[in-house]
Design a protein around this ligand. Structure first.
Ligand code: NI
Length: 242
């Protein structure tokens, strides 16, 4: 499949997720007819449960969850990214604001073809590990848009137009398998390091619960067994609970 096809497919899938029920049923009919699968049509329709269709307001359901984790370095580059707010201020200290920041990160990663492998989002900083892929936008552009969109949201909420929200970001290209896997563990479990929860999957705005849901038990066990206390990751943030 060409890159253009991939992009088109991703755009169509995003559009389908937004469709109201009546249009979704029409589309199911069209696909059934195109494929000559008339007998599948009732299944396609029955299979659509109104309550299973995420609504705009249901943040946890409408997340742009990444594809299942791949656990290997990308030929095109795998990066650990950390960004902090200006003076480490707790700008995103509420559930709603963290939802917005995490949601934007997931949405733009998908849109710009960065495959997220681990992430943790806090009121004053975030970390993520992502793979570059063929057709990925440059990391700078991805982060510039993420920071612009989240700063605009925050400044509108607080009526502080033009205020600087983000301080900077730091990226590290990961090139060794072991250091990559150890950093995955570090990011999944970052909410525990910052003292917010006893177990990372209890923290809503990180990848631990998603990772445990999508990876095999053996993969989870392997990655969680990597030592992280000796890692040098830029992470001197005091984090207040949301
Ligand atoms: Ni951190």
């Amino acid at each position: 499949m060409s890159q253009d096809d991939e992009k088109l497919r991703a755009r169509i899938m995003d559009a389908i997720l937004e469709l109201p029920r009546d249009q979704l049923l029409r589309l199911a009919n069209i696909i059934a007819e195109e494929n000559g699968e008339r007998q599948l049509r009732p299944i396609a329709i029955q299979g659509i449960d109104e309550h299973a269709i995420p609504s705009q307001s249901d943040q946890s359901q409408s997340r742009d969850w990444p594809h299942a984790p791949v656990h290997r370095l990308s030929d095109h580059g795998t990066y650990l990214v950390t960004a902090g707010t200006l003076y480490k201020q707790h700008f995103f200290r509420s559930s709603e604001r963290l939802d917005f920041l995490e949601g934007k990160l997931l949405q733009l990663a998908r849109q710009y073809f960065w495959q997220l492998e681990a992430w943790a989002v806090f009121p004053n900083h975030y970390h993520f590990i992502a793979h570059s892929q063929p057709g990925s936008e440059p990391l700078n552009g991805f982060l510039r848009d993420l920071h612009a969109a989240t700063a605009l949201y925050l400044n509108r909420l607080e009526m502080m137009p033009g205020r600087q929200v983000w301080h900077n970001f730091w990226e590290t290209k990961l090139t060794f398998e072991r250091s990559y896997l150890a950093r995955l563990n570090y990011v999944h479990n970052n909410p525990v390091k910052h003292g917010l929860v006893p177990v990372a999957n209890q923290y809503r705005w990180c990848s631990a619960a998603w990772f445990e849901r999508t990876a095999t038990p053996a993969q989870v066990k392997t990655i969680y067994s990597f030592k992280t206390d000796q890692l040098r990751v830029l992470d001197d943030f005091e984090v207040l609970p949301p």
